[in-house]
Structures are given as structure tokens and as C-alpha cells.
Design a protein around this ligand. Structure first.
Ligand SMILES: Nc1ncnc2c1ncn2[C@@H]1O[C@H](COP(=O)(O)OP(=O)(O)O)[C@@H](O)[C@H]1O
Ligand SMILES: [Mg+2]
Length: 443
């Protein structure tokens, strides 16, 4: 792309040089000022592309002003009576440049200024107090400064100036049209890349759901098979413990071990079955605020929120959500517990936010953010897998269960990172109820 535009601008530069060389060879010949000004115009034209990006706002004023000055001086050096110069179309240069960089009003103003500069040659003033070189450059005080102008001359002049305006406005319209088009394309590109991003996200989430479903199926079978023998072992150990006489201390202790460990295993299997069992949802329109508060209370009851400051930010007038209240409470209990555990003994700030996703309020977003160590980018997807844990006594099922429940609700859960914020933030989106319970019932 850049190569192409570079090549075409080099072509344009070459055309400019050819154009100026052409002008240089046309009469009046032997006029050094004319050649110098043409050379300056050429150099300036080539520099323009650097000036504009360097100072986009002020640069365009300078560029048009300088071109206007150069054009005015040029026609003075191409004819004894400047107003008669056939070089007057050089004024198209500042006019078209203004049309390219300014809006319609700006173009009109600049074109008026160009016309005024052109007309200034109708009034050959005797320069007073002006350095002689400047006076000569401007042509003031030259012997041929006095002339007469008739009606035909005036209409010719008016015609030329009208054409300045015509060209200025036409070019400006094209440029404005072009700019609009570019803006539209840019907006389209942004929308497209936004769509692309959400598509990728949806794909990733679909993959996660598939993975969890497959794992769930496999492990449900396994857990089920393990549970029955575990029950038998547990019962046997219990009876053994009761029957063993006080004399057989060692045997009793061992039976005790068997009993407690089997208990732990069966608790694990039960939790695993919770994860693996297909969730059957009892959906009802509910206020998510209440569910979140229950979850926070459940975690606080476990004593995990000591040293944790809780900041709540619930958007007003939130729509209700279609959820299975019990399962969703489990979701937020897991997330809040994880957040508190991540912040550890020293505690921190737990921020809980509730807001609608967009103006349409079709989705409600809950965010649980902590000030803990955060989650490494390569772990952001992994932690949702079962048995991924970094905790000494962790099981690694919490987030897998969260993901599964949220998926079953047709929602999504993801780890979002806020720039400059080290902690973790989990964002859960849940579909809003169509009844719009919490909203004023005006519609
Ligand atoms: N808020 C958090 N901040 C940092 N790491 C977290 C957070 N929540 C979860 N994690 C990471 O994800 C892992 C999996 O979490 P989870 O599935 O709930 O299992 P568990 O809590 O049993 O370890 C955790 O061990 C921890 O490393
Ligand atoms: Mg957990």
C-alpha cells in the first residue's frame, strides 16, 4: 500500500517539475525573478507533504498563505502590467490547496483572499517607507504602474475571479466527499475488527464449553464408578472401628485413617459429580444484586473476608436476569472466594460491579475484581480447566463449575485485564430477563 502511494506521489512530483520547466521556457524570457519564483514554488510543492503532517492545523494556513504570496509575486514578474498577465491561473494553486485542506467556508474565504490579491494590482500604490528590494519585488513604483481599464477589462477580470470560485468549490466538494468516504470506510473497518474480536472470543468460549462437556462426561462415569466402592469401604471402616477392642490400638488408628481419607475422597467425588452432572436450570427472573450479596455473605461466613474492603458499584435501574438462583449463587461464591484467597492474609480491596452491557440492556455484566497478584496471560484460559490449581489445598474445580453454569445460562465468563491494574477481574455476562422487572414500566 505505502509503496504504491509512494510511487504515485513520485510520479506527481515529476509532473510538477515538468510543468514548472514548461512555464520557465514560456515568455517572458530573460526574467530572472520569474525563474526564481518558479523554483521556489517547485521546492515548496515538494516540501508540502512534509510540512502538513508535522503541523496538521497550523501547517495548512502556512501552506496556502505562502502559495498565495508566491502566486501574487509571480504574476507581477510576468507582465509589465501585472493584471494583464496570462499567468493568472497560477492563483488556482492556492485556491485548490485551500479547497483540499479547508471546509467550504474556508475555501470561500481563501478564494476571496486570492481574488483580492489579484485585484490588488489594480491599485498600483507608490510604496512609502518600504525597503527598495521589497518594493521592487512587489512591482510597486515601476514606471509602467499607471494604466487604464475599460468595461470589457472589468468583466474579463470578474470572469477570471468567478472561475477561481468555481474551481475552488468543485475541488472542495470532491475532497469533502472523499473525506466522508474515508471516514465511512474507517468506521466500517473498526466495526469489522470489533466483530472479528468478538467472534474469536465466542469461538474460544465455544471451545472451552466443548472441552468441559467432554471432560464432564468422562469423569461423570468415572466418579460414579468410584462412589459405590467408596461407600462400601467407608461403611466397613466405620464398623471395623466400632468393633475393634481398645487393646488393638494400632488397628483402630489405621481404621480411623481409612475412614477419614475415604470421607475426603467421597466429598471430592461428590463435588466432581456436581461439576460433571448436566445442570438442569430452574430459570426465573431475578435481581442479580441480591444474588451477589448472598454470595458475599456466604464467603464472609467462612471468614475469608477479614482484611478485605468491599466496594460495591451497582448501576441503577438494572434489568432482572433469567437465572437459576442457587447455581448462580454458587458461581459468585466461587469467584468471590477465589478473589479473597488471591489477596491472601494481608487482604486488599474487592470491587463488585453490576452494569448493563449496552444501551439495549439485553445483558447484565457482573465484575468481581481484586487487588491480588492477578493471572498470567497464558493461564487465563487454563484456569477454567478442571483440576488446574495453584493452591496447596485447592481442588481446581471452582472455575470449571463457574464456566459450566454460566455457559448453561447462555452467558459468558472471562478474565479481563484493566491496564495498570495488577489484580484479576472476572466478568460474567448473563442474559437479561425480557420482562425488564426493575425498569419503570412506562413502555
Ligand atoms: N482472583 C484470582 N486471582 C488470581 N488467581 C486466581 C483467581 N481466581 C482463580 N485464580 C487461579 O485459578 C486457579 C483455579 O481456581 P479454581 O478453579 O477456583 O480452583 P481452586 O480455587 O481450587 O484453586 C487458582 O488456583 C488460581 O491459581
Ligand atoms: Mg476456587
Amino acid at each position: 500500500m505505502a509503496d504504491k502511494s509512494n510511487a504515485s506521489s513520485r510520479w506527481l512530483d515529476l509532473l510538477w517539475v515538468l510543468f514548472l520547466v514548461g512555464l520557465a521556457f514560456l515568455p517572458p524570457n530573460n526574467e530572472p525573478h520569474k525563474l526564481i519564483i518558479l523554483a521556489i514554488i517547485g521546492v515548496f510543492q515538494l516540501l508540502e507533504r512534509r510540512v502538513i503532517p508535522a503541523a496538521p492545523i497550523r501547517g495548512r494556513y502556512y501552506v496556502v498563505l505562502i502559495k498565495l504570496g508566491l502566486a501574487t509575486i509571480l504574476i507581477n514578474h510576468t507582465q509589465d502590467v501585472a493584471i494583464n498577465s496570462s499567468y493568472y491561473p497560477i492563483f488556482y494553486l492556492p485556491v485548490m490547496t485551500a479547497a483540499m485542506y479547508f471546509g467550504p467556508m474556508g475555501t470561500l474565504l481563501w478564494t476571496s483572499l486570492a481574488s483580492a490579491a489579484y485585484c490588488s494590482y489594480l491599485f498600483p500604490v507608490q510604496a512609502v517607507g518600504v525597503p527598495r528590494w521589497l518594493a521592487r519585488l512587489m512591482g510597486s513604483g515601476s514606471e509602467s504602474a499607471v494604466f487604464t481599464i475599460n468595461a470589457a477589462g472589468i468583466s474579463e477580470l470578474a470572469m477570471r475571479m468567478l472561475f477561481f470560485f468555481l474551481v475552488g468549490m468543485i475541488v472542495n466538494r470532491f475532497v469533502m466527499e472523499y473525506r466522508n468516504q474515508v471516514r465511512r470506510y474507517q468506521e466500517l473497518t473498526e466495526t469489522l475488527s470489533e466483530t472479528n474480536r468478538s467472534l474469536k472470543q465466542a469461538q474460544a468460549e465455544a471451545r472451552r464449553a466443548e472441552r468441559l462437556a467432554a471432560l464432564g462426561q468422562l469423569s461423570a462415569g468415572l466418579a460414579h464408578e468410584i462412589r459405590n466402592p467408596l461407600g462400601v469401604i467407608k461403611g466397613s471402616a466405620e464398623i471395623l472401628m466400632q468393633k475393634l477392642a481398645a487393646s488393638e490400638v494400632l488397628a483402630k488408628e489405621l481404621a480411623g485413617y481409612i475412614y477419614t481419607e475415604v470421607n475426603r475422597l467421597s466429598a471430592l467425588v461428590s463435588r466432581f459429580l456436581d461439576f460433571a452432572r448436566p445442570s438442569r436450570l430452574a430459570l426465573e427472573a431475578r435481581d442479580l444484586t441480591a444474588v451477589l450479596e448472598k454470595a458475599v455473605k456466604a464467603v464472609a461466613d467462612q471468614g475469608a473476608t477479614t482484611n478485605v474492603v468491599i466496594e460495591r458499584n451497582y448501576a441503577p435501574g438494572l434489568p432482572q436476569v433469567m437465572i437459576d438462583e442457587e447455581l448462580c449463587e454458587q458461581v459468585f461464591t466461587n469467584l468471590v472466594l477465589n478473589a479473597c484467597q488471591a489477596m491472601g492474609e494481608s487482604g486488599g480491596t474487592l470491587r463488585i460491579r453490576l452494569k448493563p452491557e449496552n444501551q439495549l440492556r439485553t445483558t447484565v455484566i457482573a465484575e468481581i475484581e481484586d487487588t491480588g497478584p492477578g493471572i498470567a496471560p497464558d493461564m487465563k484460559e487454563q484456569i477454567f480447566n478442571p483440576f488446574v490449581t495453584t493452591k496447596k489445598f485447592g481442588v481446581g474445580l471452582g472455575l470449571a463449575i463457574v464456566s459450566k453454569i454460566v455457559d448453561a445460562h447462555g452467558g459468558s465468563v472471562q478474565v479481563v485485564s484493566t491496564p495498570g491494574h495488577p489484580g484479576a477481574c472476572f466478568r460474567v455476562s448473563l442474559p437479561a430477563s425480557r420482562e425488564r422487572g426493575a425498569e419503570p414500566s412506562s413502555s
